[in-house]
Write a protein that binds this ligand. Structure first.
Ligand code: C6P
Length: 414
């Protein structure tokens, strides 16, 4: 398996790891094994340097000043938007709205699209594997409007039951909101096909892309997504950065989400007229340094051959799946045929929090808990899972350390 991973991928793992300073430290006297990438990925030196340059040489507000620093900051900020546009293949940069992260992106659409287009008796379709960020904004909207939240069920593997999805779509459906990749199960959903089906009913689709954009190349035009939302901190950029991509024809029709400075054309006490895209949805001073950092993270991903990174990471996931499946007492939660990055598991008679704490003693960072996906835990009848989640800088040796440490946990509790 060692040679399989190395030969198939042709991936220079040593060079890649050297780009991420955090990875070379020790934790509890052991080399850090960072397997909590679904929560937040690490940041390469080039992104750190870009943020530092902004703070050292360019720090100022954007879109407001005529002075040198402000103009430079504005140029860098808008260049980051262009990079996002090219990275996800949006038609226009103004379709890429900077938000604080995926949560804010979904809330923006639920608030703005929802308040304009969802009415009493309408239906909002989500799935049983959604993160709370793609459940609660819709639930709140449904309560306010007297609309109904409907849920696409999943099977025992943690895959969407697509026939049920097709049955749930109807003329009352006003939006479908579904994750591209589940953060608790790792399932990759067939969103392109799901979008095509929804469009037959004239229904727009929001894709929660928090766990897809960091793990494989995406093309929003090819998917034909109406809204596509993701967080920078899961894709090698700082916290506070993130993007809501929306088709211009929808964004133009939607009212502002937040109001205040930066999003207006004219203001009198009688009436305010709004700026066009993207400013209409970017009230107040945004996370300038963080979003410039997101642009730098995209430059980094382009520089390393992101498609090759995705292939390597997927092989690593397959290797880890094989290794953990072979350990007696380990149960994998989420065994979909199409998966990315995430390996959730339980160990008989050991609470996932104890697994997480013991692994930490060996320098291994995983996440234990419900992963903000309590309905998934309810479906699998577990209170929580332990979750290892991979990035392209993880190694086969780290998977071996994980597997050995899991075996030790089992031995301790046996
Ligand atoms: N999932 C995890 O450990 P924010 O917090 O806004 O950056 O992302 C929210 C979010 C939305 N959708 C999905 C599919 C997600 O995975 C997340 C964040 C983290 O799994 C924190 S709970």
């Amino acid at each position: 398996m060692k040679t399989a991973v190395k030969e198939m991928s042709n991936w220079n793992i040593e060079k890649i790891r050297a780009d991420f300073p955090v990875l070379s430290q020790t934790v509890n006297g052991k080399p850090l094994v960072y397997l909590d990438n679904a929560a937040s990925s690490q940041v390469p030196q080039v992104v750190i340097d870009r943020g530092a340059k902004y703070l050292r040489e360019e720090h100022s507000n954007i879109h407001r000043g005529v002075h040198y620093l402000s103009q430079n900051a504005t140029t860098a900020y808008e260049a980051a938007r262009e990079k996002v546009k090219r990275f996800i293949n949006a038609r226009e940069a103004k379709e890429c709205i900077f938000v604080r992260g995926c949560t804010e992106g979904v809330n923006l659409v639920a608030y703005s699209y929802g308040r304009k287009f969802v009415n009493e008796g309408d239906e909002i379709l989500i799935s049983a594997m959604e993160h709370h960020a793609n459940i609660i904004p819709w639930q709140v909207l449904a309560e306010e409007k007297g609309a109904k939240l409907r849920v696409i069920p999943i099977n025992e593997r943690g895959e969407l039951i697509i026939e049920e999805y097709e049955n749930l779509l109807n003329e009352r459906t006003k939006i479908v909101a579904v994750s591209h990749v589940s953060n608790s199960l790792g399932t990759v959903n067939p969103v392109k096909e799901m979008i095509a089906t929804a469009h037959k009913f004239g229904v727009p689709v929001l894709v929660d892309a928090a766990q897809s954009v960091p793990h494989f190349p995406v093309d929003v035009q090819d998917l034909d997504a109406d809204f596509y939302v993701f967080s920078g901190h899961k894709m090698f950029a700082p916290t506070g950065s993130g993007v809501l991509y929306g088709k211009k024809e929808w964004l133009d029709k939607m009212p502002p989400y937040q109001t205040g400075g930066g999003m207006i054309r004219t203001v009198t006490f009688e009436k305010t007229t709004y700026a066009g895209l993207p400013e209409k949805f970017e009230a107040g001073t945004p996370a300038i340094a963080a979003n410039i950092g997101l642009g730098a993270a995209i430059d980094y991903l382009n520089s390393i051959d992101f498609a090759a990174a995705a292939r390597y990471e997927h092989e690593l996931l397959e290797y880890a799946t094989e290794k953990l499946s072979a350990i007696e007492g380990v149960k994998l939660i989420g065994t979909a045929r199409e998966k990315a990055s995430v390996l959730s598991f339980t160990i008989e008679n050991v609470h996932p929090h104890d697994i997480g704490t013991i692994l930490d003693q060996s320098g291994i960072a995983i996440r234990a808990g419900h992963h903000c996906a309590q309905p998934v835990m309810q479906f699998f009848q577990v209170p929580a899972t332990a979750r290892a989640s991979f990035a392209f800088y993880n190694t086969k040796e780290e998977v071996d350390v994980l597997a050995d440490s899991i075996q030790k946990v089992i031995d301790v509790f046996a």
